[in-house]
Write a protein that binds this ligand. Structure first.
Ligand code: NAD
Length: 314
């Protein structure tokens, strides 16, 4: 399998390192516009792999899309991240211009690839790819954001419940999902679905504590941006790695992802099965009408409208 990551910055290069060190990809190409950066990151990763026993070959290129030819998966992390005090949505102007250039280059050499969109505002950037490829190809376009937001939700639950019960492992927390938009106000953590050690979350936390956990999750990205001076990269890169792995091994894992919903005509986060052909609805009969977006329709309506407003800037 060949994977190309566009943008060799914090998120792109860290994702490359995580994917390459797991060794499930044969060929990995990093592409950036900054002269020599992708080549340098690729060389650094390759030198790290010498101590890792991975057989992945990582190469870098400054803007030469022919090097990404015949990629099975294209991961898009190019553009700018937010700074403290900014929302993801404020990046739409600059990042949509970058996305236009990237799509021309990437689709020229890998027209049939699965596209994993990471650049923010992620739901709108994912929509750009769907608009470019046509809705008939929507099942091979997914935005990575729900995987990260769900991990942040799980982290917040983990820390609070562990404090109470004195022990806990991450895998003791199940069905911990965030759907909706990948934005501070548009994401929807599904607290009522979460299972901890076989019991509902409400068996461990009070309503006030659950509200705190939900609030911390929604502000999770902004909190880290304030601390780091730029947006975080370790957990986002792990989210990319999980998505690419589920595609590479056709695991069909349930991963909340931003996908095109015909019923609302835009991309928004929902639970989907991610496999070798892209994504499909995670429900019996693969039917959009049974999607979580429908189950949480009233909550999702506000997020849909917020995303629609950002999409209007394209
Ligand atoms: P970064 O600044 O470290 O890296 C971005 C890279 O993109 C830079 O190296 C830059 O040179 C490159 N770039 C710019 N224009 C390009 C072009 N036309 N072609 C190729 N490369 C180009 O930023 P980062 O922290 O890695 O974040 C990257 C993006 O991912 C941001 O938009 C950020 O908001 C987003 N992000 C999304 C999530 C998520 O969960 N979806 C999480 C974290 C960050």
């Amino acid at each position: 399998m060949k994977v190309s990551i566009i943008g060799a910055g914090n998120v792109g290069a860290t994702a490359a390192m995580k994917i390459a060190s797991e060794g499930f990809v044969k060929e990995l190409v990093l592409l950036d516009v900054k002269e020599g950066v992708a080549e340098g990151k690729a060389m650094d990763i390759m030198q790290s792999l010498m101590m890792d026993d991975s057989e992945t070959i990582v190469t870098g290129t400054t803007g030469d899309y022919s090097k990404t030819a015949n990629s099975d998966v294209i991961v898009i992390t190019s553009g700018v991240p937010r700074k403290p005090g900014m929302t993801r949505e404020e990046l739409v102007g600059v990042n949509s211009k970058v996305m236009t250039v990237v799509l021309d280059g990437a689709t020229k050499y890998s027209p049939d690839a699965i596209f994993v969109v990471v650049s923010n505002p992620m739901d709108t950037m994912t929509q750009m790819v769907v608009n470019y490829l046509g809705t008939e190809n929507a099942n091979r376009v997914l935005g990575m954001g729900g995987a990260l937001d769900s991990a942040r939700f799980k982290y917040n639950i983990f820390m609070k419940v562990r404090e109470k019960v004195g022990y806990l492992k991450p895998h003791n927390i199940q069905d911990c999902w965030v759907i909706g938009g990948h934005g501070d106000t548009t994401m929807i953590p599904l607290a009522n679905k979460v299972i901890v050690l076989g019991k509902p979350l409400s068996d461990y936390l009070t309503k006030e504590e659950i509200d705190e956990v939900v609030d911390a999750t929604m502000k999770g990205g902004a909190t880290l941006t304030k601390m780091l001076g730029t947006s975080a990269w370790e957990a986002p890169a792990q989210g990319i790695c999980e998505v690419v792995k589920s595609i590479a091994w056709d695991e069909c894992n349930t991963i909340p992802s931003s996908v095109y919903h015909p019923s609302v005509g835009l991309c928004i986060g929902d639970l989907v099965a991610v496999g070798s052909t892209g994504w499909d609805w995670e429900y019996d009969g693969c039917d959009e009408s049974k999607s979580y977006m429908k189950e949480y329709a009233s909550k999702c309506a506000e997020s849909v409208e917020a995303i629609r407003k950002v999409n209007a800037a394209l």
